[in-house]
Design a protein around this ligand. Structure first.
Ligand code: AMP
Ligand code: ZN
Length: 472
């Protein structure tokens, strides 16, 4: 039985999707005004692990992550750089896709953009105005929190507590300091859209209500995001969606703990951040994912170089076993011994860990116990059949690779460089010499770099070109 800690009820609850085997899941995505940092990456990676585990369990997950492509920060950057706001958003959307691919994050089924959903957003605001939950003051439309009886239910606070705890901008136009913008009147030089209240643009919270409803329905299973979004972002999403539709918005709310530096939240505004692409130059995606998976998604995690270096070291054992497994499978030994091994026990342990509110630290411990026990079996037995190694591979593919994403069999040295024959390498060396003679250095460099990626290093000398195979 899978249980999930639900921020809304402050309890671990059995997970019951509305319409099994389908699961509808929405995660708040990036505001695309810069490269995302490794703190954002923690939320993206943990939501990826949760999604992969739901799929492992046989659920058919529809995973939606929005892209906030109209926002104060994007407009600020567009003014600073004297570029169109749309061009800034496009640039960082492209970078976002490059980085998530490098982090081995599975693509969402949909990445809706706010600018492509203006009809839905305006329609939802209109509904709220018509029902008396929102008011227009000279082209600025606000949500009236006093009208939504359950405002504060996600953060577990009443209106007075929220007012005293929040940093709220003073705005004469609002009836209550907690009222928030649904539609912002256009200012000089800002991008705008036409609406019944005049030209303007939507507030951030209404975008997520409109896009999640459009793509996942008025009530859906899981909504996730970082802890910083509980209040006000997710509280406001609930207020908007439930007031407009008269239905429960989301059944399970999942929130990710912060990635901190020196016990302070990593954030753009504090300036204490590293971009994911900077970190990916120093450490593998698998090491980043392992470092994150070794802490429960809900707790805080302190970021440091040592954290990633130790994950990288921890992965060596796993990668060595993966190499060994591929090597042995290639031998195709069908007559050898099959050592007794409790594959089922490890499978159950892995599932019990993940079923318990996605306890990935425990799941990682199961994987490393498994590696140790397989190595012991290999040491204690002779002439082992390939069947055993196929079973080992299947377990690792389903768990370490498939759910946690901390292993990549396609990187294994056996399936990569051993499979490239000497003749083929010599042919490529010859082609590279020809390219150089024709002064086609772009091609000759490309041949060298591509071979390098496959673990084959070319060494030029006066005598010609030799090569060596490296272990990756
Ligand atoms: P943003 O682009 O700032 O809207 O953030 C995108 C996602 O990353 C949201 O789900 C945030 O809650 C999350 N996030 C931002 N900073 C951190 C952090 N330091 N640790 C974990 N998640 C974060
Ligand atoms: Zn959101």
């Amino acid at each position: 039985m899978l249980s999930i800690y639900n921020t809304l009820t402050r309890k671990k609850e059995e997970f019951k999707p509305i319409n099994p085997p389908y699961v509808n899941m929405y995660v708040c995505g990036p505001t695309v005004y810069d490269y995302f940092h490794i703190g954002n990456a923690r939320s993206f990676i943990m939501s990826d692990i949760i999604r992969r585990y739901l799929e492992y369990k046989g659920f058919d997950v529809k995973f939606v992550m929005n892209l906030t492509d109209v926002d104060d920060k994007i407009i600020k950057k567009s003014n600073e750089e004297k570029k169109d706001a749309g061009a800034i958003a496009d640039l960082y959307i492209k970078a976002f896709f490059e980085d998530i691919e490098k982090l081995k994050i599975k693509k969402a089924d949909l990445y809706p953009k706010a600018t492509a959903h203006m009809q839905e957003i305006i329609g939802l605001i209109k509904k709220l105005v018509d029902k008396g939950f929102a008011y227009n003051v000279d082209g600025n439309v606000f949500y009236d929190v006093s009208k939504f009886e359950k405002y504060g239910k996600l953060s577990g606070k009443n209106l007075d507590e929220l007012i005293s705890g929040a940093r709220i901008e003073i705005n004469e136009e609002k009836k209550n300091p907690l009222d928030f913008s649904l539609w912002k009147k256009a200012k000089e030089g800002e991008p705008y859209w036409e609406s019944p209240w005049g030209n303007g643009r939507p507030g951030w919270h209404i975008e997520c209500s409109a896009m999640s409803c459009k793509h996942l329905g008025e009530t859906f299973d899981i909504h996730a995001g970082g802890n910083d979004l509980i209040f006000p972002h997710h509280e406001n999403e609930i207020a908007q969606s439930e007031a407009a539709n008269g239905k429960k918005f989301v059944n399970y709310w999942i929130h990710f703990g912060f990635l901190n530096i020196n016990n302070e939240k990593m954030s753009k505004s504090l300036g204490n951040f590293f971009t994911a692409r900077e970190i990916l130059k120093l450490f593998s995606a698998e090491a980043i994912r392992l470092a994150f998976a070794q802490t429960h998604y809900a707790g805080p995690l302190n970021f440091s170089d040592e954290l990633l270096a130790s994950a990288e070291k921890g992965l060596e054992k796993l990668n060595n076993l993966a190499d060994k497994v591929d090597e042995e499978i290639k031998k195709n030994n069908t007559t050898g011994n099959v050592p007794a091994f409790e594959f089922n026990k490890f499978k159950n342990d892995f599932e019990n860990a993940m079923d318990d509110d996605f306890n990935s630290p425990q799941a990682c411990a199961v994987i490393f116990d498994f590696v140790r026990e397989v190595n012991r079996a290999i040491a204690e037995n002779e002439n082992i059949s390939s069947k055993f190694f196929l079973d080992v591979k299947e377990f690792l593919q389903n768990t370490a690779e498939g759910v946690l994403g901390i292993l990549d069999f396609s990187k294994s040295t056996v399936s990569s460089n051993d499979s490239i024959s000497e003749d083929l390498i010599n042919l490529l060396i010859k082609l590279r010499i020809d390219a150089k003679k024709e002064k086609n250095y772009a091609l000759s460099d490309k041949i060298r770099d591509e071979l390098n990626k496959l673990g084959i290093i070319l060494q030029d000398s006066k005598e010609g070109t030799a090569y060596k195979r490296t272990k990756k």
